[in-house]
Design a protein around this ligand. Structure first.
Ligand SMILES: [Zn+2]
Length: 306
């Protein structure tokens, strides 16, 4: 299926359910796949946190879908990061991307808050089966730009699901991913309000910090415990191992060349050199021959005449 050996992970999303079935929970240590994303795209701190949290969020949401279904999260804002994309499948595939991996603020005075970096904008969520033409899609305003709260807002607005989303990406002093993970607690209809109050109280009093817990060696089951203290729950089977996976093809990479425009393509043809293009999302290299560049140029020339 893929030759990206080092994109594979021994981790998986762990799923839990409360004994009364009114809370469903997903928790993950996604350190390896987020680290892999950073290695491929050489993301700077704010981009790493934004893409990393989005990947974790997408993985947690996808684990609540069905076989082969996937979810894509697109954050688009007025800030310097412009956009952040992450996609994950029920089967554990995940990828993430931002067009601004090297953004860095003038100072890190505000710490690693994404609020300004993403700015004001929207979160669009697409849920679909691979190759399905019309995905289910919903768009909401971003409420904080910190990813987790925005996902919770989306779930409430679009699916009337109350939830608690806590995501953490911890960087070491060199800005490299040390830990990444998160948990998603969804409240199902018919829940007793005392249960909801208890989760909220646990959250408010314990203030569980995902990345700190992971740094201290917590497993996904350990991440869940402080949130669910006083509530009985059990783990569900979900043997889907995480893998950084990109479904790019040479065709799509060649299509991306169209954006260069006729002039630049002609320049490439004149030089008679094979073009080396790498997919920005996964780093896979593709060689494009001069006749192939010629075809792209002819295609956009034809289209420009319409
Ligand atoms: Zn790719």
């Amino acid at each position: 299926m893929t030759n990206q050996q080092n994109g594979q992970s021994k981790e998986r999303v762990h799923r839990f359910v409360s004994k009364d079935l009114t809370l469903r929970i997903a928790a993950v240590d996604a350190t390896e796949v987020v680290r892999h994303m950073q290695e491929l795209q050489n993301t700077y701190p704010l981009a790493t946190i934004a893409v990393g949290r989005s990947m974790v969020g997408a993985l947690l949401m996808a684990a609540q879908l069905k076989d082969d279904q996937q979810v894509g999260l697109l954050f688009k804002g007025s800030g310097a990061l412009r956009s952040v994309y992450a996609e994950a499948s029920y089967n554990g595939h995940v990828r993430g991307y931002t067009p601004t991996p090297h953004y860095h603020p003038e100072s890190y005075e505000n710490g690693l808050s994404l609020k300004e970096a993403l700015g004001i904008g929207t979160l669009t969520v697409a849920r679909h089966l691979p190759f399905q033409k019309a995905p289910f899609q919903g768009t909401v305003e971003m409420v904080s730009g910190e990813i987790g709260e925005d996902i919770a807002h989306y779930l409430h607005q679009s699916h009337q699901i109350r939830s608690l989303v806590s995501l953490g990406v911890y960087l070491d002093s060199d800005g490299k991913v040390a830990k990444a993970g998160g948990i998603l607690i969804e409240v199902m209809p018919g829940v007793e309000e005392e249960i909801v109050d208890l989760v909220q109280k646990n959250y408010d009093t314990k203030k569980p910090n995902i990345s700190k817990m992971l740094l201290e060696g917590a497993t996904p089951a350990d991440l869940v415990k402080p949130f669910l203290e006083g509530i009985e729950f059990e783990e569900l089977e979900h043997e889907k191992y995480l893998e950084y996976f990109c479904p790019c093809t040479k065709d799509r990479v060649i299509r991306a060349l169209e954006t260069l425009g006729e002039e630049e393509l002609q320049d490439m043809i004149n030089k008679k050199e094979e073009v080396h293009v790498t997919c920005q999302v996964c780093g896979r290299p593709y060689d494009v021959t001069v006749p192939e560049v010629q075809q792209v140029k002819e295609r956009i020339h034809k289209e420009s005449l319409h």
